[in-house]
Design a protein around this ligand. Sequence first.
Ligand SMILES: Nc1nc2c(c(=O)[nH]1)N[C@H]1C(S)=C(S)[C@@H](COP(=O)(O)O)O[C@H]1N2
Ligand SMILES: [Mo]
Length: 420
Amino acid sequence: MPRREIEGDWVMGWPDRKRFRFTSGKDQEGRVIHARSPYFELEGLITPTDAYYIVAQLEVPDPVHPEDYTFEIFGEVEIPMTYTLDDLRLLPGHTVRAVTECAGDDTEFWDYQDSRGKGGNMPKPSRRMSSEGEDVNWRDMVAKGEIDLDEARALVPSTCLVSGGEWTGTRLSELLTRAGVKDSAVAIRVEGFDRGRPDSSLIYRSAGRTDFEVVDPGVINYDKGLPIEKAMDSDTILAWAHNGEYLTHIHGAPTRMVVPGWAGNWWVKWIHKIEVMDHMPDCYHQTQYFVSGKSPDDPDKEMMTALGVKTVITEPRDEESPLPKGRYPIRGLAWSGEGKMVRVEVSTDGGETWNDAHIEDHGDRYLWRRWSYAWEANEPGHYVLMARGVDEKGRNQPVTDWNYQRKHFDGIVPVDIEIE
Ligand SMILES: Nc1nc2c(c(=O)[nH]1)N[C@H]1C(S)=C(S)[C@@H](COP(=O)(O)O)O[C@H]1N2
Ligand SMILES: [Mo]
């Protein structure tokens, strides 16, 4: 058996293992505006900051000097307040470790699953980094007519938009209580200082169709109307640190919201305003985008909030097939939008029989858990590996219904391995 190519990088002057590959989209000035996380190539639970996925819906704003930064809390409160970063750091801190997952992560798998269900043969979308050619700005290329939406999807898939992080900041409940939040409060409208005109190609791309109208709100600030109950949750924070360092600009510095369990689009970056409201605001990224529904004209569309229940097999991967007979770890990650994962099961026969995997324990409800299973692959043949999970609320994967924007995919994705 040839030796696996695991060496190749230099670390601190020493020859070392190959490090992860990070693929990013850049703007005209060469600044990163989009990135997929190589979480398949990583170990542990915290994704290094320079391997964290990146998504921005509008234009990425210019950085604000931390000493010039203020944000305000106003609206349905007794005392409107303005804070600097130093003011914030004087308040009691709170650290949460949590998974950030873009609502559109793995969106391609909705169609794949559908195709398989109907006996079709759509090729399996890839959850790994492509070897080259991903350093592009697909939105720009679509806008210029250089590629169409299908080509954009092939060039930069919507997979690997998930990471695990450690976030430090102040509880939003602390800030709201200090401002004297009134009983009339229903939601907080959290606004970023990034501005832009929403790009309809994002909605068309995720829906996989262009035969409907998308509202054009003109130039807006990114904002979300977070229900007051979630805002008061003791793990919802306004963070200024990430993975042991000050928050970086592309991840929302000076402060961003961390909403454990809820999809990435709730984690508003570059916050400059928090307006306490007595009704739910009409935010574009909550009434036009990131809504559930059977079709664009479904009258029962609702904003999407908590993530479903998800397991991903990170090892082995389809690309490693065929493998010689032997013992292999089947490993992966599991997370839920409503708290701790309590069980993961693995099947090596396409879902006929299931076995409990070992799940690593830790105290962080909203952080993914690693799980593993020792596979005795003694007989040649074709094996279909699957994993499924259950969370502390008893929710069984998958929980998310098909929706026309194909968000929050949490289905069971098989891995095909040939044993020789
Ligand atoms: N102000 C602002 N916050 C934002 C966005 C944005 O466009 N503007 N994008 C959201 C989306 S869709 C996601 S998935 C996460 C991504 O966070 P990250 O880039 O730090 O991983 O940020 C969210 N917060
Ligand atoms: Mo997202």
